[in-house]
Design a protein around this ligand. Sequence first.
Ligand code: DC
Length: 227
Amino acid sequence: MKKTIIALDGHSSCGKSTTAKQVAKKLGYAFIDTGAMYRTVSLYFHDNHVSLTNPKEIEKALSEIHITFHFNEHRGASDVYLNGLNVEEEIRKMYISQMVSEVSAITIVRKAMVAQQQKMVKHRGVVMDGRDIGTKVFPDAEIKVFMTAEPTIRAARRQQELLSKGEMVDLDIILENLKKRDIIDSTREEGPLSQAEDAVLMDTSFMTIDEQVDFVIQLHDSVLARL
Ligand code: DC
C-alpha cells in the first residue's frame, strides 16, 4: 500500500502532537515531534548558558547537540534524548516554553533542525508536527493540515497538561506565553509559521481529540485514494 507524509502545522497548544501521535498509531506511521527538537536545543542552550546573540557560541553548541528519539513502551510514544539523556519531561516545562520561540527563530538553529528532520525521513509513512513542515521541511507532503484554536481554549488545555505533570501555572501567564510564541513564530524571517497554500484548515476549538484524529484520517484516506 502507498504511504504518505502528513504535515501537521499550526499554533502552539492546539493539539498537534496528540493528534499526530494517534494518527500515526492508527496508520502504522512514524511520528516525529519537531517542537521537541527545538525544545531540546533550548534546554541545552539554557543549561550551558549559550548566548542567543552570539553566532559562534550557537554554532559550537549545535555541533555538540545530538538529538535522538527512542520509543517508550510505557507511554506508547517516542521520548526525546539529548546526547543520550532522556529529556522528554524536562523540555515540556514552562521555563523552556518561555525561551523556545526565541531559540527557534535563530536562522542557524532552524537550518540545522530542518536538515536533520529531512534526513530522519528515509521513506514515506510519517506524521510530522511543527510550524514549517508543509511549507519548508516537506513542501511535497501529500497531506497538509493547518491547526488552530481560540487562544483562551488553548491556554486552558495547556494548563491542564502542565497540571497533570505537577506544574501549576497561572492561566494568564500561559495565555501571554502562547500569544507571544504565536507572534515570534509567525513573524521570524526563516521558516515562519504560515498556512501552506495547499493545507486544509482545522479549527480545534470545539473538537474532541477523536474528531481531530478522524478528520486527518479521512483526509489521508481520500488523498490516498487519488494517488
Ligand atoms: O510544538 P511545540 O509547542 O512543542 O513547539 C515549541 C516551539 O518550537 C514553538 O514555539 C515554535 C518552535 N517550533 C518551530 O519553530 N518549528 C517547528 N517545526 C516546531 C516547533
